[in-house]
Design a protein. Structure first.
Length: 197
């Protein structure tokens, strides 16, 4: 298989989007060189329960196969699981979501949530677990369902490394942009140090 990638061989992969937690079915498309077949499962939860779930299968850059991780905002969390396979029209296994870790790690990030593609983080939150980056996440969904949202909060590095991601089918298009920095560190009770990048 690795020889195919060295020679620039292109896989064919199923492309589909399901607004839920079930695997989807769709048409096959030819991937760019160095892409593989991948599935992503994203679950957004608030203090009141599950807000939304999205399951996609598409061509993914090989580097995104390790893109499982999480993002936290006050009273909410977004988890993203990724799985990949490496043959034509293969079916990636169901992605796993990371376990919760509520241990504070000393990082502090601005936070906000909006029904637009931008929000200004006027409040802050303390980060936990492996979430040691400050994230601005912007999502736009168009097609049979149209809406957009943005949020700021704490993120794992694996989510930040995604940069941007787009999936398009005949009925739906999802465009997501991840922008991160190192944020600040809690110095003592009631204050924090901002670190610019």
């Amino acid at each position: 298989i690795s020889l195919f990638f060295v020679l620039g061989y292109s896989l064919s992969c199923t492309t589909c989007v399901s607004l839920g937690n079930s695997p989807c079915e769709g048409q096959s498309e030819t991937c760019p060189p160095d892409y593989v077949c991948g599935s992503t499962y994203t679950s957004s939860k608030s203090a009141g329960g599950t807000v939304s779930e999205t399951y996609t299968t598409s061509c993914l850059p090989r580097s995104q196969c390790s893109g499982s991780g999480s993002v936290s905002i006050p009273n909410g969390k977004v988890k993203r699981g990724v799985s990949c396979c490496y043959t034509d029209n293969c079916a990636p296994s169901r992605p796993n979501l990371s376990a919760d870790n509520d241990i504070k790690n000393g990082h502090v990030c601005p936070t906000c949530i909006s029904d637009t593609t931008w929000c200004e983080g006027s409040d802050t939150m303390e980060c936990t677990g492996e979430e040691n980056k400050c994230l601005m996440l912007s999502t736009k969904i168009s097609g049979i369902s149209n809406h957009c949202h943005s949020l700021r909060g704490c993120s794992t590095k694996s989510i930040c490394d995604l940069g941007s991601n787009s999936v398009k089918t005949m009925d739906l298009a999802i465009d997501v942009k991840f922008t991160c920095n190192n944020g600040g560190f809690r110095v003592r009770q009631g204050s924090f140090l901002v670190v610019s990048v």
